[in-house]
Design a protein around this ligand. Structure first.
Ligand code: RIB
Length: 311
């Protein structure tokens, strides 16, 4: 079985639930909060390792307590953290997440040490990969580092699964190099310069992104499931109906599960089904809510069948 290399962001997250608005400069008050290690790459690597895949994380943290918590959490889930570099004079990345009814209302990202991750940090890990392996990345690392990674993976024939988030940091050459991109509707709208991010626009969004160069587009539509568009046409792949309590990290769990399933040898449709189920379990739990493989397999068996919508 191939291995997963995950490159990108490692942050400390503060989830704020039920923040009350204020018309003045008065203090905003949250009903409750949760502090836990996050960051898109940290989340993907932990989710994949929990599902039984050999996962290596390449990232940068500061030399602070937050960084140590992030490394301990990943190592505790079985991730190989030998590629995580402690960076003197920089803080570990930090994210404050304002959640209303389980959905993100706003998110403040302070990249800190994430912005120091260079291609020289990543290259030794890429040199060990074969085309049987997969690399998962998002855009929480410097764009030049991501572009160098994407170009090298193309040259070596190693698949890149790219979650284009945050979309403001994504470049066209990175989309072109990816074997699969996994935006949500909001990210797809930003990437294609549209204002409308409603589910009505799904098909056009997928086609526009594919025309922009992505080989395979997997568009995540929350409770409406995902759309998969590649050379075999466009398929709607439903998900489970769950009560969403915290969507944080669900996209990362989706990306991890997609990679796990592909490393297992399943086809793209079955892999998106598996990823949908994993993400549904994650949103139904407070915090990151990482599922085990058995739970995901059990939920997959209850999902409706995919629908072909033509090429
Ligand atoms: O995708 C969720 C992640 O995005 C959070 O863990 C947060 O750190 C932000 O980077």
């Amino acid at each position: 079985m191939g291995r997963l290399l995950v490159v990108g962001g490692l942050n400390m997250d503060i989830h704020l639930f039920g923040v009350r608005e204020s018309a003045t400069q008065a203090t905003l008050v949250a009903e409750s909060h949760l502090a836990e290690p996050g960051g898109k790459a940290g989340n993907v690597s932990r989710a994949a390792a929990r599902m039984g895949v050999e996962a290596t994380l390449v990232a940068r943290v500061g030399t602070d307590d937050f960084g140590e918590h992030c490394i301990e959490a990943a190592a505790g889930d079985g991730v190989d953290v030998s590629g995580v570099i402690r960076t003197p004079h920089h803080n570990t990345g930090f994210v404050a997440i304002d959640l209303q009814e389980g959905k993100h209302r706003s998110l403040v990202f302070s990249p800190g040490a994430n912005d120091r991750l260079t291609w020289a940090d990543v290259a030794p890990h890429v040199a060990k990969l074969t085309p049987d392996d997969i690399v998962a990345a998002q855009a929480e690392l410097p764009p030049d580092t991501l572009s160098a990674l994407a170009a090298e993976l193309t040259a070596r024939g190693v698949p890149l699964f790219l979650d284009p988030a945050p979309p403001e940091r994504v470049r066209r050459d990175q989309l072109l190099s990816a074997d699969a991109i996994t935006p949500d509707l909001e990210e797809a709208a930003r990437l294609t310069g549209r204002r409308d991010s409603s589910v009505l626009w799904t098909e056009a969004a997928a086609r526009e992104l594919r025309a922009a160069g992505a080989r395979r587009v997997i568009l995540k539509r929350s409770e409406h499931g995902a759309v998969l568009l590649d050379d075999d046409g466009l398929r709607e792949i439903p998900t489970a109906r769950v009560k969403a309590v915290d969507e944080t990290g669900a996209g990362d769990v989706f990306l991890a599960a997609l990679a796990v399933s592909r490393l297992d040898g399943r086809d793209w449709v079955d892999s998106v089904r598996f990823a949908n189920a994993a993400a549904a379990l994650s949103v139904s739990r407070i915090g990151l809510g990482l599922p085990d493989r058995e739970e995901v397999d059990a939920l997959v068996r209850r999902l409706p069948e995919p629908r072909l919508r033509g090429s």
